[in-house]
Design a protein around this ligand. Structure first.
Ligand SMILES: Nc1ncnc2c1ncn2[C@@H]1O[C@H](COP(=O)(O)OP(=O)(O)OP(=O)(O)O)[C@@H](O)[C@H]1O
Length: 542
């Protein structure tokens, strides 16, 4: 720690600032206080402190603007952000943008002292990428938000470094959960377009009929429900990057329109008559084999060659040597903080298991496993007994070893229109409502627990003797969706769709011996859909 380290507190509540100041002065630091973001930036520019305690809610700007400026004007200053209790996501975002650590209000004097002292010592913090430099290919541990310094990943960073400044389209392939979206973001961040928007669009998660409007927007009255004009992703990405994820899921008709858009830079809104022109850079991704899709007639060959200018193949996690443990540690610390746990390390046996496991769901699966461990256990060391299935069985057998590029069926098995427990579109109002209101909803759901027990839906609960319908197409997995229609049962029997879906997914995984790829196959969705959903349930405490 530097002698008489200098700390600036950025806090507009004077009483709080005074308390923090007193605590830290008592530890021998030189402590200053400013009230606004503008003052904070001035301080960083003119007389950079060793550390800054930054409240993210400031009278004149978002505290994250200060963070972004700090990254340029004094990258050595350790910034600890303060956020309100419950805004862990905001804190995590701030970490991504360069904060060293965060404090969730209310915190104790000891917590403040400990955090500041660790930051000044450069010690790894909760979610810290100790010694990892964001945004530079010269970092051997991390590149933007991508953790890992394995040879395979260094190759990736080199390609991104060379490709980013150009306008050429990058076509990213790789198994589900290998970080294709992170790579796309890094390309954007490294390009001259970094200050303009990065707009991701998941072509596999949006219903076919809405996809065109999602990309190009629509005019009022273009279709039922189009109550006003709406800009699409193409428009919002003006000057920046449009990331088309799961591009191979795009409908053939729409592929034709996309090709025209890429060739001319112009498009028409759905129902519109005028041509709009935008300047966007395209990055796309798929976890399928795109050439196989071309051969099968599901992906236009001309579009493929138009997009496939710079290929970037993300290696699976099992081919990244030591990165596995580095990434595992990163998420252990992050989830520790979020869940209020004290895990410090993995036991040597767990590290060895992680290193030899095949990780068919890649980093997303690793995240899920670590979250599971942190939520369900306590202690300082993660031991073998805490590791859940299927990782704990140590299986490198065919069950997972053969998971390469996934090929989910071309059509959703159950349509939303049919009212079945089909795919939930993550962008639809229903899904968003459930994510936003999940916690409140849990209470309501609990109240219904006793009533609903007979109308449960899912694998193994054959219940089509009720008024409900069969979830057509899911029957291959033994699923039936009794009680869903609510016919004659009254509204209190209707379960929220998310809950039906969650149970169906969990039971399918259980019946497939813990194999997410197999469960996904049986459910007719891609494994990445399941990993994403698991993540969102966890993020929302469901
Ligand atoms: N190298 C990495 N270091 C840290 N986190 C990572 C890394 N790669 C991926 N992640 C995290 O893993 C999750 C999955 O990554 P991402 O969504 O980019 O994968 P993907 O390949 O696009 O997945 P999908 O094919 O399912 O869309 C994200 O939460 C991401 O932040």
């Amino acid at each position: 720690m530097p002698e008489q380290a200098r700390i600036v507190i950025v806090e507009d509540t004077l009483s709080l600032a005074r308390v923090y100041q007193d605590y830290l002065r008592a530890d021998g630091y030189l402590v200053d206080h400013v009230v606004t973001g503008a003052d904070a930036i001035d301080r960083l520019r003119q007389n950079p402190p060793d550390a800054m305690i930054l409240d993210l809610v400031l009278p004149d700007m978002d505290g994250r603007d200060v963070l972004r400026r700090a990254a340029h004007v004094c990258p050595d200053c350790k910034i600890v952000v303060i956020t309100a209790h419950g805004s862990v996501n905001v804190a995590v975002e701030a970490m991504r943008e360069g904060a060293w650590d965060f404090l969730l209000k209310p915190f104790t004097a000891d917590k403040l002292r400990e955090t500041v002292s660790k930051a000044l010592a450069g010690a790894p913090s909760s979610s810290n990428r100790a010694g990892l430099m964001p945004g530079g290919a010269d970092s051997d541990e991390m590149y933007f938000d991508i953790i890992g310094g394995s040879e395979n990943m260094r190759d990736i960073y080199r390609i991104i470094e060379n490709a980013a400044p150009s306008r050429a389209t990058v076509f990213i392939t790789g198994e589900s959960g290998t970080g294709k979206e992170l790579a796309a973001e890094a390309i954007h961040q490294r390009s001259e377009r970094a200050k303009e928007p990065f707009i991701p669009l998941n072509c596999g998660a949006i219903p076919k009929d809405l996809m065109e409007s999602e990309i190009f927007g629509h005019v009022k009255g273009a279709f039922t429900g189009a109550v006003s004009d709406r800009e699409g992703a193409a428009h919002r990405a003006e000057g920046g990057t449009l990331f088309l994820d799961e591009i191979c899921e795009m409908d053939l008709d729409l592929q034709t329109k996309l090709l025209r858009f890429i060739q001319t830079g112009t498009f028409q809104k759905v129902g519109g008559s005028s041509l709009e022109t935008v300047d966007v850079r395209f990055v796309c991704a798929t976890n399928r084999d795109p050439l196989e899709e071309v051969r099968a007639g599901r992906f236009r060959e001309d579009l493929y060659y138009r997009l496939h200018v710079i290929p970037l193949h993300m290696p699976p996690l099992r081919e990244r040597d030591n990165d596995i443990l580095q990434i595992a540690n990163f998420y252990l610390q992050r989830y520790n903080r979020e869940e209020g746990r004290d895990f410090e390390r993995f036991s040597p046996e767990v590290s060895a298991l992680f290193a030899r496991y095949t990780w068919p769901g890649n980093i997303r699966q690793l995240q899920n496993i670590i979250r599971n461990i942190v939520v369900l256990n306590n202690g300082t060391e993660v031991t073998l007994s805490m590791v859940p299935r299927p990782v704990n069985s140590g299986t490198e057998d065919d069950q997972f070893g053969s998971a390469t590029i996934e090929a989910p069926p071309p059509h959703p098995v159950v349509s939303r229109e049919a009212g079945g427990a089909g795919r939930l579109w993550e962008g639809d109002p229903e899904a968003l409502a459930f994510l936003a209101g999940a916690r409140q909803m849990r209470k309501v759901v609990e109240n219904h627990q006793t009533e609903k027990s007979n109308q449960l839906v899912g694998v193994g609960l054959a219940s089509n003797d009720r008024a409900g319908m069969n979830a057509n197409g899911l029957s291959g997995a033994g699923l039936s969706a009794g009680g869903l229609s609510g016919g004659g049962l009254g509204y209190s029997d209707i379960r929220p769709l998310w809950q039906v879906e969650k149970q169906a997914i969990e039971e399918a995984i259980e019946r497939c011996g813990g194999s997410i790829p197999r469960a996904a196959d049986a459910l007719g969705v891609s494994p990445s859909t399941i990993y994403r959903k698991k993540q969102s349930w966890e993020d929302n405490g469901l």
